[in-house]
Design a protein around this ligand. Sequence first.
Ligand SMILES: [Cu+2]
Length: 166
Amino acid sequence: MKLMSYLAVLMMGLLFGPQVVAGTAADDISILDPYVRAMPPGQPTSLAFMGIMNNSNKDHALRDAEGTVAKKLELHTHILKNGMLHMRKVEKIDLPAGKKVMLQSGGMHVMLIGLKQDLKPGDMVAINLVFEDGSKKKLDVPVRRIMMMMKKQEEMRHDHAMPMKH
Ligand SMILES: [Cu+2]
């Protein structure tokens, strides 16, 4: 009897175990309010921001971003060093289970390097997010001016000198 129930559990595990929990990272994640920063014509780079919500009870990670809007898309963060904000490429952005991670001005972002087109407010930019299991989320991201947000953030920090260096 004991052996039978053990076998039954084992069978159930084989039959349903991996398949039942095998949702992709992309399925577990929702993207909140994404936007790309509008840039004056001729600028070589821009940034994409968004909230990334992990709705599952499993940790995930953002590994890469792809798109034809620029030559290269990278995951970046800002670090404060000697009073200057520097951008740095990161290999991944952790998305803990049940948490929302913000990609926002002055923090983590998707860097668009070598823009192939001008980014005017109202334009749409296609960006694919690539997660740790290789699953992808396709986004249509609106281009927005972020002057207002920068101002708000500066007020909150009481820090009006924010030199930026790549
Ligand atoms: Cu950057």
